[in-house]
Design a protein around this ligand. Structure first.
Ligand SMILES: [Mg+2]
Ligand SMILES: [Zn+2]
Length: 172
């Protein structure tokens, strides 16, 4: 069984000042590549789990989402960082689907596919729905933002989230 870090996309890997509907809208945080590479180097699988309701709402075609993710992978690769897989929910926010966070299905499906031990894994996100999804799936949780009482840890960025995860893991 492997351990993993599940990353929300918008507001964690890339700046979320505006909706990301084209590759040009995707602006990665400068520290994202280094942070993900450190997870790779410490034996974590790294996954992205992202709600993309804009697809279901008709703001973005699924092919465009693929282009956006291709750019993300290419940009991260420049820093030597690898995303092992990406799961996204394309459904409308109010569709009541099984996958949209705060549901945990995107996480548990990836865990099944890659044989991940969820109790030794982490969900990192900037919304309470990310934290809820992680808890439902059985991961530890890191909130990026001011403070989220439900999370195991709150911090300011993906870089400091990874610092905490690696500290927390090495202590065991
Ligand atoms: Mg987010
Ligand atoms: Zn869905």
């Amino acid at each position: 069984m492997e351990k993993a870090v599940f990353l929300d996309r918008d507001g964690v890997i890339n700046d979320h000042v505006r909706y990301v509907n084209t590759p040009e809208d995707l602006i990665l945080f400068e520290e994202a590549g280094d942070a993900i590479k450190r997870l790779n180097d410490h034996g974590f699988k790294v996954f992205v789990v992202t709600n993309q309701g804009g697809v279901g709402l008709g703001f973005m075609k699924e092919e465009m989402l693929q282009n956006i993710h291709d750019k993300m992978i290419t940009e991260l690769k420049k820093d030597g960082a690898v995303i092992d897989d990406i799961a996204y929910c394309p459904h409308k926010p109010k569709a009541g689907c099984a996958c949209r966070k705060p549901e945990g299905k995107m996480i548990t499906d990836l865990a099944g596919k890659y044989k991940i031990n969820l109790s030794e894994s982490y969900m990192v996100g900037d919304r309470d729905t990310d934290i809820l999804a992680g808890k439902k799936a059985g991961t530890k949780t890191v909130f990026i933002g001011k403070y989220e009482p439900g999370a195991n840890h709150s911090t300011k960025s993906i870089g400091s989230a990874v610092d905490w995860i690696l500290d927390n893991t090495d202590k065991k």
